[in-house]
Unconditional design. Structure first.
Length: 333
């Protein structure tokens, strides 16, 4: 398997699609497995940056001419998994993701398809490439009631203490950015502290991990311009529609970032200007925490091959293929 990680606005999805298309053009089926914690939800398209058009790759472009051999379709639609698999309002979690990932991965393997895992949710990606052994954790209504009156700072301190006692590297700030998520993380860590995790072995998956390295200033510029584009494309209207369909505001706020700040604007808790200002600040902070997570993966023993986001697409695709094929050859010796 090939795994592609990178911060928001680094272009990793477009890169993964072009990489997959280069293999498909040569007769090697390839499909993308999403590693994004929010793109699993239907209707949540603009706010999650789903951009499904990215999976349709134009083979006539300069970037893909190298692989546009005779007989190759003008457009290659790259198949994808774990996008639009549940309804807004559902509390999808890492345990469910592991099971869904394994089903998609096994399906690809059974059909001779090269799976390409792509996403910026570091916890989700790491949970499947480091074989986290997880068990489903039931709701603890008493704990939730006790935690509901605490501030985000208090919840963070409680979670930090539990992680230290459990020797846990789960629930980094990258994936815990709202009180609801922090309470769920505390619920999971509390359960794991009180119960022996049942033996649920997760298979070891050989993967070459590619990191998309984008300079800080370039990343910040892309985040700012992309946020404006998403607002212009109708992100506020998208969230109004989801609320009109019966999803409770608290359930959207639970998802953090765009869904937190835009929902708070729609229900009258923030001005339009404050929404945009705070959202931009927190997306920049989120991207920084993503990079912190990926550096942490390296410290935990995961080799990440970094590729510059600024390279032309053809060079990035070629470079990744070279890395992948080199690692495969070494593993065969």
């Amino acid at each position: 398997m090939i795994t592609i990680v990178g911060p928001t606005a680094s272009g990793k999805t477009t890169l993964a699609a072009h990489l997959a298309a280069s293999y498909i053009a040569e007769g090697q089926p390839a499909e993308i497995i999403s590693g994004d914690s929010r793109q699993v939800y239907r209707m949540m398209d603009i706010g999650t940056g789903k951009d499904l058009c990215d999976y349709s790759v134009d083979m006539s472009t300069k970037a893909m001419q190298k692989w546009a051999l005779p007989g190759v379709p003008a457009i290659i639609d790259v198949p994808y998994h774990l996008i639009d698999i549940c309804e807004p309002g559902v509390k999808y979690n890492i345990f469910q993701y592991q099971q869904d990932f394994l089903n998609a991965y096994s399906d690809c393997q059974s059909r001779g398809v090269l799976p390409i895992l792509c996403g910026g949710s570091g916890l989700y990606v790491e949970s499947v490439i480091r074989e986290y052994n997880l068990s489903p954790v039931p709701k603890n209504e008493q704990l939730r009631a006790e935690m509901s009156t605490k501030s985000m700072e208090e919840l963070t301190a409680i979670l930090t203490d539990l992680k230290e006692r459990n020797n846990s590297d789960m629930h980094n700030k990258t994936d815990v950015d709202s009180p609801q998520r922090a309470i769920r993380a505390i619920e999971i860590e509390t359960y794991n502290a009180e119960h022996k995790t049942e033996d649920r072995p997760f298979p070891m998956i050989d993967t070459v991990v590619i990191g998309v390295d984008i300079p800080r200033d370039e990343r910040r510029s892309k985040i700012s311009s992309r946020l404006k584009a998403r607002v212009d494309e109708g992100m506020v209207e998208e969230i109004r529609t989801i609320l009109d369909n019966g999803v409770h505001p608290d359930d959207l706020i639970y998802y953090g970032l765009e869904y937190k700040y835009v929902t708070e604007y729609v229900i009258g808790c923030r001005s339009y200007e404050d929404m945009l200002e705070q959202l931009e600040i927190h997306i920049h902070q989120f991207a920084k925490r993503q990079m912190t997570w990926f550096r942490g993966m390296e410290r935990r023993g995961i080799k990440i091959h970094w590729v510059s986001a600024l390279l032309p697409m053809e060079e990035k695709v070629s470079r990744i293929r070279e890395i992948y094929e080199s690692v495969c050859q070494l593993s065969e010796k």
